[in-house]
Design a protein around this ligand. Structure first.
Ligand code: KG4
Ligand code: ZN
Length: 390
C-alpha cells in the first residue's frame, strides 16, 4: 500500500510518500519520497509560532513539496485533470484554491492508495491547509482519506527503526519489537503527556501538563536567555557547555515531583528562571549557560520522576519517548538509564534522531497501522485544535 502523508499542524510543512508492506507485527515502511520545509526562522522574530504566518507558509509550501515528493518517488506524471468543484468546496482562500487547482491540473493520479493528513491537535488555521489539500487530492484522485492525530504520529514515529537499504534501494523503517501495554512519554512544543497504549489505537491518558508544554518551556526560557527560537536545541547546547566546565551550583525546583499524580507543570519553572535572572546583576555568557543547565536538569529530573511513577502505576512492557523534545540528549540518556535501573524488564524505545521533530513519515506510518487495524476513511475531516488521544 502506498500512502501520501501530509503534516501541517505547526510550523513545519512535511510530506512523505511511503510504501507500506506487512501486517501489524511485521510492518515495513519504505520511504519513496520525503520532504520538509521548516518555517522556524520566519517565526523567530515573533519568539514563537505565529498562526497566520504558519497558515500562509503552509499554503505556499504544500504544492511544491508534494510535487517534489512525487518526483523523488518517480511518480510525477503530467498532465493532471481539472479538480471537481466538490474537491475544492472547503477551500476559502482564493490564492490557495488556485494553487491546489494548478497542482491538480499538472499532476495525474500517482500510483498510490491512500492519503493521510494530520487533523489535530495543533493550530487550526495551519491544520486546515493540510486537510484542504489532502481532501482535494483524495476527492480528485478517488482515494481514501485518513485523519491522523499528531501525537499519535509522534508515538508511532518513535516505534520505527531504520534498517539497511533493501534490494529496492530505498530506506525502509520497520517496527521495533515491543509488547503492549506500552507507556508513551510525549514531549513536544504543544503537548506533554504520559499515554498508555493498551493495544493498537486504544489509549488512556495517565498524566499531562497543567500549563506549559515542555518544549514551550524550553522555548520560553531560551527567550529569557536571548537565545533564538526554537529554543530547545540552543538551551541544550548552552547547558552542555556549562557541564563541560564542571557544572553549576544553581538549582531550580522540580515542579510537582512530590505530588501523587503523573501530571506536570512547567510554568513555575520558567518563572523561577525569570526571578533568578532578575536577582543577578550582571549576566555573563557563563551565567546564562549555567542557568540553561540548571533549567535542563530540573526539566529532565521532572520528566524522569513522573515517568517512573507512571511505570509503577501502569506496569507497561515498554516505555516509548516521542515528540520534538525527545531530541534532547540529556533527557534521552536519563530516561534510558533511570528506567533501565529501576525497571530492567521494561524496554525503552527512543526515537530515531531524524524522526523526533515533526515529519510526514510518522503520519504515513500511523495511517498504515490504522488501516491494518480496520479503521476507515473519513472524507470530511475537520481541524481539531485540541484533539486528545483516546
Ligand atoms: O514535535 P515538535 O517538532 O513540534 C510540536 O509538535 O510542537 O516539537 C517542537 C519542540 C520545540 O519546543 C523545540 O524547542 C523542542 O521541540 N526541541 C527541543 C530540542 N529539539 C527540539 N527541546 C529540547 N532539546 C532539544 N534538543
Ligand atoms: Zn510535533
Amino acid at each position: 500500500m502506498r500512502i501520501l502523508a501530509i503534516e501541517t499542524s505547526c510550523d513545519e510543512t512535511a510530506v512523505a510518500l511511503l510504501e507500506c508492506t506487512g501486517g501489524l507485527d511485521d510492518a515495513r515502511f519504505a520511504v519513496l519520497g520525503n520532504s520538509l520545509d521548516s518555517q522556524a526562522a520566519k517565526h523567530a522574530e515573533f519568539g514563537g509560532v505565529y498562526p497566520t504566518l504558519a497558515k500562509r507558509e503552509h499554503q505556499q509550501n504544500l504544492a511544491p513539496l508534494i510535487a517534489g515528493v512525487l518526483r523523488q518517488a518517480g511518480m510525477a506524471k503530467e498532465p493532471g485533470s481539472a479538480a471537481p468543484a466538490e474537491a475544492l468546496a472547503n477551500i476559502r482562500d482564493d490564492a490557495f484554491k488556485k494553487s491546489v487547482e494548478t497542482f491538480l491540473a499538472a499532476h495525474a493520479k500517482p500510483d498510490i492508495d491512500l492519503i493521510a493528513v494530520t487533523h489535530g491537535p495543533g493550530l487550526e488555521p495551519a491544520l486546515w491547509t493540510g486537510i484542504n489539500f489532502a481532501e482535494a487530492l483524495a476527492k480528485t484522485w478517488g482515494l481514501p482519506l485518513f485523519g491522523i492525530d499528531h501525537m499519535e504520529g509522534h508515538l508511532i514515529g518513535a516505534l520505527l527503526s531504520s534498517v539497511p537499504k533493501g534490494a529496492d534501494g530505498v530506506d525502509p523503517y520497520v517496527l521495533k519489537p515491543f509488547a503492549f501495554p506500552l507507556l508513551a512519554l510525549l514531549i513536544s512544543g504543544g503537548h506533554t503527556e504520559l499515554i498508555l497504549m493498551k493495544e493498537w489505537f486504544s489509549y488512556e491518558r495517565i498524566g499531562a501538563t497543567k500549563d506549559d508544554a515542555l518544549g514551550e518551556a524550553f522555548d520560553k526560557v531560551a527567550r529569557l536567555l536571548s537565545l533564538p527560537y526554537p529554543g530547545g536545541p540552543h538551551i541544550a547546547a548552552s547547558a552542555a557547555r556549562s557541564r563541560a566546565r564542571g557544572g553549576t551550583a544553581i538549582t531550580f525546583p522540580r515542579p510537582m515531583v512530590n505530588d501523587a499524580t503523573c501530571d506536570f507543570s512547567f510554568s513555575g519553572l520558567k518563572t523561577a528562571v525569570l526571578y533568578k535572572l532578575r536577582e543577578m546583576e550582571e549576566i555573563s555568557e557563563e551565567d546564562k549557560e549555567a542557568i540553561a543547565q540548571a533549567f535542563e536538569d530540573a526539566a529532565r529530573d521532572t520528566v524522569v520522576s513522573k515517568t517512573l511513577r507512571a511505570i509503577d502505576l501502569t506496569h507497561p512492557h515498554a516505555l516509548v519517548l516521542g515528540g520534538g523534545v525527545s531530541a534532547n540528549a540529556e533527557i534521552r540518556h536519563a530516561i534510558e538509564t533511570r528506567v533501565q535501573e529501576r525497571h530492567p524488564d521494561v524496554s525503552v524505545l527512543l526515537p530515531e534522531w531524524e524522526l523526533t521533530g515533526d515529519n510526514g513519515i510518522m503520519i504515513g506510518a500511523a495511517a498504515y497501522l490504522r488501516y491494518l487495524s480496520g479503521k476507515e476513511s473519513d472524507m470530511e475531516l475537520q481541524a481539531l485544535g485540541s484533539l486528545v488521544l483516546e
